[in-house]
Design a protein around this ligand. Structure first.
Ligand code: IMP
Length: 176
């Protein structure tokens, strides 16, 4: 990895603590129900793995991979699905697990994509949310942290494919 580590924005301990809280909230909200949790690759793989271990419910794990066209740090909203879920979602309680909601265009696209499969319920859980960057009126059901409009890396999030293994959320002060 690059020897220069990103500046810490959210330390590992705070992430762990918040994920435990989200896990309890989801466990209470969906008590008695089977849940399908959808990991949006690649960025949310670390969050997803930690979150589902804090959810005390029968849970099915599904994966979708999306790439959004744009420059290195902003999404154009043109989303392409490169790997889709395989489990039928009709009549199921579905939670989309995202790493970050920035412009909100990706999550809006995913909501429309999954609504068409007629789930019993469809919610969004995102580790990070940049309210100042939002370009639509999408509403999030579970939010880990609201953050300022800065480009962040670590804990699964990358900059040009790097920094995903950094265990905290950090900012690249000079690189981006
Ligand atoms: P959107 O602008 O909400 O559509 O964000 C789409 C995707 O862009 C997210 O799922 C991330 O993969 C990526 N992204 C947005 N903001 C950041 C950031 O600050 N760091 C790393 N990736 C980001």
């Amino acid at each position: 990895m690059n020897s220069k580590l990103p500046r810490v924005m959210i330390p590992e301990t705070k992430i762990k603590q918040r994920i435990a809280e989200l896990g309890s909230e989801i466990s209470a909200d969906y008590k008695g129900k089977d849940v399908i949790a959808i990991c949006v690759l690649k960025g949310s793989y670390m969050f997803f793995a930690d979150l589902i271990r804090k959810v005390d419910l029968p849970i099915h794990c599904e994966f979708i991979s999306v790439s959004s066209y744009g420059n290195k740090t902003t999404s154009s909203g043109e989303v392409k699905i490169t790997l889709d879920t395989t489990e039928p979602l009709s009549g199921k309680h579905v939670i989309i697990v995202e790493d970050i909601v920035d412009s909100g265009l990706t999550v809006q696209y995913l909501l429309n994509h999954f609504k068409a499969r007629k789930p019993a319920s469809l919610k969004i859980c995102s580790l990070l949310f940049k309210p100042d960057a939002l370009k639509n009126d999408v509403s999030l059901d579970y939010i880990g942290f609201k953050i300022a409009n800065e480009f962040v890396v670590g804990y699964g999030l990358d900059y040009m494919g790097r920094y995903r293994q950094v265990p905290y959320i950090g900012v690249l002060d000079n690189e981006v």
